[in-house]
Design a protein. Structure first.
Length: 114
């Protein structure tokens, strides 16, 4: 979004505007990350705090999983065939090294037929 807005604001040089807007969005967070990294490593070296951080991490993963399940899985799975097609696609991608572009074509064709 920032890249698009930066490109549309500076019409003389849209690439420069896009680059400046993208850097303006991501620079503050990156600077905070690099500034806090030594303190984070010091906190993570304590055993009790390390356990607490790992528990908070697990709870965040649970919240993200529930946020994924509610809007995505409940609306995208229409039948058993969708689940089987997804498992076949995962198998082809993970174990048969199928190219992603081919899987996209296969799934678009599948959804057009079904």
């Amino acid at each position: 979004m920032a890249s698009y807005l930066g490109a549309s604001v500076i019409t003389d040089s849209p690439v420069l505007g896009s680059l400046v807007a993208t850097i303006a969005v991501f620079l503050p967070g990156s600077l905070l990350l690099f500034a806090f990294l030594p303190a984070w490593n010091a906190l993570f070296s304590h055993q009790t705090l390390k356990g607490a951080i790992l528990l908070v991490n697990a709870s965040v993963v649970g919240l993200l999983a529930s946020a994924f399940i509610q809007p995505v899985l409940t609306t995208s799975i229409g039948s058993v065939f969708d689940v089987v097609a997804t498992l076949i696609g995962f198998y082809l991608l993970k174990y048969r090294n199928c190219p992603v572009w081919l899987l996209i074509l296969l799934f678009v064709g599948y959804k057009l037929v079904m």
